[in-house]
Design a protein. Structure first.
Length: 326
């Protein structure tokens, strides 16, 4: 890694060039080491974001000069190494929100391992924007964030917290977006604002009550996580995640997730996923616009025969009779 990239210069360059040209101009030592996408997303004054979705050909990284900002980093896959003055070292990995504070002027060294698929969303936010524009409640923050937002901190610090389940869906939306051109830029800006809103909401509720609703085996937090898992199944009809992946995404262990589905929905996660896919298939077939094989593919079945069996078991008649049951 050679030289230092200035935060202000990067933001100014990204406002006038494409992401590819900005990468080559500002990070020439990194651009040849990655295959994939690194998009810079200027959202508004005081909020600058990036979408990082690439594979590393070799170990690499960058050196940044940052000033009076909060860095928000949400890693979906792999990990990012961060070295700060005073020999502080951090590794940012998945299923966490990491916030790093940069009072005054700070020099940061960031690195990536070789041969890995890196997916993460990054943002630099002006602390006053987070207070005035997003409603960060400074007095309720823990240290070291409270001191930083009050202007009392002299050294950078990094803290992390659990990733809210709704942010998993936001990450999926961002990395899976098919939009291009101006529409993509507008879409990403909206998603970045959504992301910051969720982060601020989590900051303002640092400790959700561990209380249980009367008669429930699960806390309010766990019930929210179970509901989020159900929402993922309803959203990802064509490629439902495995139970293990779903449990990781919502922050529950597999046994807790399975017992939670039994308690809330009276069935296993697998059966819940199967039922919502078959119900959606039924509605598609009733529309009459597409055939059985196409519907089977849309709801995640690799063969029309397997879909037909599942459909018949669920409704008591084959999919060919979806528009005229009985």
């Amino acid at each position: 890694m050679q030289g230092w990239t200035d935060q202000a210069e990067l933001i100014q360059t990204a406002a006038g060039l494409s992401s590819d040209d900005t990468l080559k101009a500002m990070f020439p030592q990194v651009s040849h080491l990655i295959d994939g996408q690194l998009e810079f997303v200027p959202v508004q004054a005081g909020l600058f974001c990036s979408v990082n979705d690439f594979r590393t050909r070799g170990p690499g990284g960058d050196r940044m000069v940052l000033r009076n900002c909060v860095a928000i980093q949400i890693v979906k896959t792999a990990s990012v190494h961060l070295n700060l003055p005073g020999h502080a070292r951090y590794r940012h990995s998945g299923a966490r929100i990491t916030l790093t504070t940069y009072p005054k002027e700070v020099r940061q060294v960031r690195g990536y391992d070789a041969g890995t698929h890196v997916q993460y969303i990054g943002a630099w936010a002006d602390p006053q924007l987070l207070i005035d524009g997003f409603g960060v409640q400074v007095d309720g923050l823990g240290e070291p964030l409270r001191s930083f937002f009050r202007g009392e901190a002299d050294a950078p610090a990094s803290v992390s917290m659990a990733l809210p389940s709704r942010l998993w869906a936001t990450l999926d939306d961002i990395f899976g977006s098919p939009h291009t051109g101006v529409l993509r830029k507008t879409y990403l800006q909206a998603k970045m604002i959504e992301m910051v809103c969720e982060v601020v909401s989590a900051l303002n509720r640092p400790t959700e009550p561990a209380l249980r609703p009367e008669g429930s085996l699960f806390t309010y937090r766990e019930l929210k996580q179970i509901e989020a898992a159900a929402a993922i199944y309803m959203k990802e009809l064509g490629a439902p995640p495995s139970v293990a992946e779903l449990a990781m995404r919502v922050g529950l262990n597999r046994n807790k997730l399975t017992s939670g589905f039994q308690d809330v929905f009276k069935c296993s996660p697998h059966k819940y996923s199967k039922d919502v896919r078959i119900d959606w298939a039924h509605r598609l077939l009733q529309g009459g616009a597409i055939g059985v094989a196409q519907v089977a593919e849309k709801v995640g079945y690799t063969s029309a025969s397997a879909f037909s069996r599942a459909y018949s078991e669920h409704f008591g008649f084959p999919p060919s009779r979806a528009d005229r049951p009985g």
